[in-house]
Design a protein around this ligand. Structure first.
Ligand code: HEC
Length: 499
């Protein structure tokens, strides 16, 4: 008759197990050992305080929970490292402070976090699962005597699902252990239906939680004339004036203020001011063949059709061979620059076209715009401006033009030594032609560059450019001093030394 046992297991009968009650923990421990030695494993003890040695007495094996924790922790580490390696080294390689893509030290914080996270969650849920929790009802609670387990009594429980469970045998075994009482616990046969009042209460609660959402939805869908609630005021009530309204703050009562006189919006600087241009646009427009006012026409575009411009201002098309010309202004007519059709000498007459050095330049002059160059500095000239100009010249120009302005800067020397054919030696600023140029013309050269020389509008502001012009003028004067330049009574002993 070994068959009925498995049947009981499949469909547990009314008997759920046996509960024995003891008066002290030593009785409980003795009884537990006996029950364990009889081979029962589905047992449990309920005591008001932890009883030392009860695990062993009941034959409880060490839990497997740590293994769950270990496996989950290892999984967390692996997942974190793999994820970071894949993200940072494979999917989206991104250089951070020049470190390698797979930078393991950087992966450690995340690896640590995922290890702990996986391990902690797994431990909690595995513990619940191993303990068969949560359990909403347990038949042992149906016995009022059992309540004393948390007070002053000790209980030993043998479950009917035990492999060797046999109601009679268990009963006699427990009796032998000297239990105060022994009771068979029956399956809980209380109704499984949820009581109606409970359902009503739950439904009511659910409905109540919907109310705030319903109110918000209603508010969003409807209109109201009353002001809103202000939980956070933020800037809702800042003192401000709306457009097209009145104010008492200004005498004219206007809220929208007209721009302060002379205000120029960003990017709207109208270049009609000679200070920015280096020439007077109105006078220029009035000149025969004058450049259109306001437009910063580059020389290159004008007179392109002219046959005489192969040298002219189109320095980009110069023959590649370098031309030594810095200290020899006398060869001007032969140099390409000297063919420049107009070197407007505006200091005396803005229409400088008449003073062409060479007759062959005349056809080009027809297509060449004329400029009414400024002959005076448009800002006040003082020592500060001079110092600024010296600094800016030495930073920006000296590399090519040399500190003395002779066109022998380090860059130029090096290029000439290399013998590269395309290097064009920078113009000597002491050439007669440059000496005679009005300040506006030099300013214009600095702004827009000239031929092979780039413009400096981006790196020098107008004031700095004028300062550099001043310094160029001073350099020229220093190399070309006249008797009038020195205090009376001082004689210029020798001719100015060039180098
Ligand atoms: C990269 C070298 C280089 C630098 C830097 C340089 N220049 Fe020049 N400059 C040249 C060359 C080359 C020419 C000759 C251009 C031409 O005629 O094609 C020239 C020509 C000139 C001329 C004569 C223009 C004319 O009317 O023929 C002036 C004036 C001048 N530079 C002033 C300056 C000033 C001022 C600076 C500093 C803000 C400066 N340059 C910086 C290379 C340079």
């Amino acid at each position: 008759m070994s068959d009925p046992k498995p049947e009981k297991k499949v469909a547990p009968p009314k008997a759920f197990g046996w509960m024995a009650e003891y008066e002290d923990e030593n009785q409980l421990l003795d009884a537990a050992r006996k029950v364990r030695d009889s081979g029962y494993t589905r047992t449990d003890a309920f005591t008001p305080f932890p009883v030392h040695g009860i695990d062993e007495a009941l034959g409880i094996k060490p839990t497997v929970l740590p293994w769950f924790t270990l496996c989950a922790g290892a999984t967390g580490t692996t997942v974190a490292l793999t994820m970071q390696w894949w993200m940072n080294a494979v999917d989206y390689p991104y250089i951070i402070s020049g470190k390698p893509f797979a930078s393991w030290p950087a992966f450690i914080p995340v690896a640590f976090e995922l290890t702990v996270l996986f391990a902690a969650f797994t431990t909690v849920f595995a513990m619940l699962g191993l303990n068969g929790l949560p359990k909403f009802s347990n038949p042992v609670f149906t016995n009022p005597k059992f309540d004393r387990f948390s007070d002053d009594r000790f209980f030993l429980w043998v479950d009917s699902r035990d492999k060797y469970f046999n109601s009679d045998k268990v009963k006699s075994l427990l009796t032998d252990t000297g239990a105060a009482t022994i009771e068979e616990v029956r399956e809980d046969d209380s109704p499984t239906e949820i009581p109606k009042p409970l359902i009503i209460a739950i439904l009511t609660l659910i409905l109540i939680t919907l109310i705030p959402g319903a109110i918000i939805l209603n508010m969003r869908a409807s209109k109201s004339g009353s002001p809103r609630f202000h939980v956070f005021f933020d800037m809702d009530f800042q003192p401000k004036k709306k457009t097209q309204t009145r104010t008492t703050l200004f005498p004219d009562g206007r809220v929208q203020r007209p721009p302060v006189a002379g205000t120029i919006a960003r990017g709207e600087l109208e270049l009609t001011d000679p200070y920015y241009l280096g020439y007077d646009p109105e006078q220029t427009a009035a000149l025969p063949g004058g450049a259109p006012a306001q437009r910063l026409v580059s020389f290159q575009q004008e007179g392109q059709a002219s046959e005489a411009d192969q040298g002219g201002e189109k320095s980009d098309e110069r023959p590649p061979a370098p031309k030594p010309r810095d200290t020899n202004p006398g060869d001007a007519p032969a140099s390409a620059d000297a063919q420049t059709p107009s070197q407007p000498e505006a200091e005396t007459s803005p229409a400088g076209g008449a003073e062409e050095p060479g007759a062959e330049a005349a056809p080009a002059a027809a297509g060449e715009p004329q400029y009414a160059w400024l002959s005076q500095f448009p800002i006040s000239v003082d020592e500060k401006l001079f110092a600024l100009g010296k600094q800016k010249f030495e930073h920006n120009c000296a590399v090519c033009h040399g500190f003395g302005g002779y066109g022998d800067g380090l860059v130029s020397q090096r290029a000439l030594n290399l013998g590269q054919g395309y290097w064009l030696q920078p113009t000597s600023l002491h050439e007669d032609r440059i000496q005679q140029q009005p300040v506006g013309r030099i300013y214009y050269t600095i702004t827009h560059g000239k031929g092979k020389m780039g413009g400096y509008a981006a790196s020098l502001n107008p004031k700095e450019r004028w300062a550099v012009v001043l310094y160029v003028r001073a350099l020229q004067r220093s190399q070309n001093a006249q008797q009038e330049d020195v205090p009376p009574g001082t004689a210029l002993t020798s001719a100015p030394v060039a180098e």
